[in-house]
Design a binder for this molecule. Structure first.
Ligand code: KMH
Ligand code: ZN
Length: 302
């Protein structure tokens, strides 16, 4: 039987801003439609952020999530994954609110503090529709995405009480060691779902050697107790997905991570990227995981 590969689709995020692409989902209706389209195209998990529909600014209030969560749950069987990363401008108490409120099967968990370089996008995007966009991107020249040990533990304990498990976002090798520390202390239990992130300024690069090193290190630290997934930022998205799928990994795509479908070509939907990831996976002779496969593989509460 072919190995099953989980596709996660991160449909909007908090990195890209509305002026960068007309296809970035902003309103609850757009976010719901994007998540449903991604699920229909083969995503087993949808990773969700919310935005203020007036201007597209990241919004972690449970009220901002409620309208699209309801629709996605009604219309799909896919695993709901709520961000606890929010935006790099937010403090942890604000970031954890929607996951604490809705108690999803999965929430993201960022494994370390880092510089989070959004500002290279300023070189490409010169004109902005909303006032908040330029200062938000510019501010990342001197901003830390804060995830202290105490912050991580706070998210872990708050969400674990509800049976929520984690998409553990590791942006560098050190984050794997931080995860091993929490495993040793029994604060997080296997099976782990390690989402390694490549190609963000401030984190590990997108070179094939970086991908291989991340996998080797995670294999050494976690053995068979984890599922490995990858996320390549921007133009690296599909190349890294292909490499990782061939190496035994799962893949994440979506407009949160890349606005593109090819060189200089904007993706017109999240589903378009999911279809591309699916083609790569099936082209390798592998199968895509259904939402229930993903629930089994990750021991989710269902
Ligand atoms: N934007 C991704 C690089 C989160 O939501 O917790 C990481 C992310 C963070 O998805
Ligand atoms: Zn996210």
């Amino acid at each position: 039987m072919a190995r099953k590969v989980i596709i996660t689709c991160a449909v909007t995020g908090a990195i890209h801003t509305p002026s960068m692409s007309p296809h970035l989902p902003i309103t609850p209706e757009e976010i719901a439609e994007a998540a449903i389209g991604a699920a229909e195209a083969g995503a087993a998990i949808v990773h969700l952020h919310a935005r203020d529909p007036k201007n597209g600014k990241p919004d972690q209030s449970p009220e901002a999530f409620a309208p699209f969560l309801q629709v996605v749950k009604q219309r799909t069987n896919c695993v709901i994954n709520i961000t606890t990363g929010g935006a790099p401008t937010m403090l942890v108490e604000e970031r954890v609110r929607p996951a604490a409120h809705f108690k999803p099967e999965v929430a993201s968990l960022n494994m370390g503090s880092m510089n989070f370089g959004l500002y290279p996008m300023l070189n490409r995007f010169k004109e902005f529709k909303y006032d908040w966009e330029q200062p938000y991107l510019e501010g990342s020249r001197d901003r830390i995405f804060r995830n202290t040990f105490a912050d991580i533990e706070y998210i872990l304990t708050t969400c674990s009480e509800n049976g929520t498990r984690f998409e553990i976002e590791c942006y560098d090798i050190g984050h794997l060691y931080t995860l091993a520390h929490f495993v040793d202390r029994g604060v997080i239990k296997p099976p782990l779902f390690v989402q390694s992130v490549f190609g963000l300024l401030g984190g590990i690069g997108p070179h094939p050697e970086d991908v291989a090193h991340m996998k080797r290190t995670a294999d050494r630290l976690f053995g068979n107790d984890y599922q490995w997934s990858v996320l390549g930022a921007g133009r690296n998205q599909l190349a890294i997905a292909a490499q990782a799928a061939a190496m035994g990994g799962n893949v994440r795509v979506g407009l949160e991570d890349s606005l593109w479908i090819g060189p200089g070509k904007l993706a017109e939907s999240n589903a378009q990227q999911v279809k591309m990831a699916r083609q790569i996976i099936e082209g390798l002779g592998l199968e895509i995981a259904t939402p229930d496969d993903a629930r089994n593989m990750l021991s989710l509460k269902g």
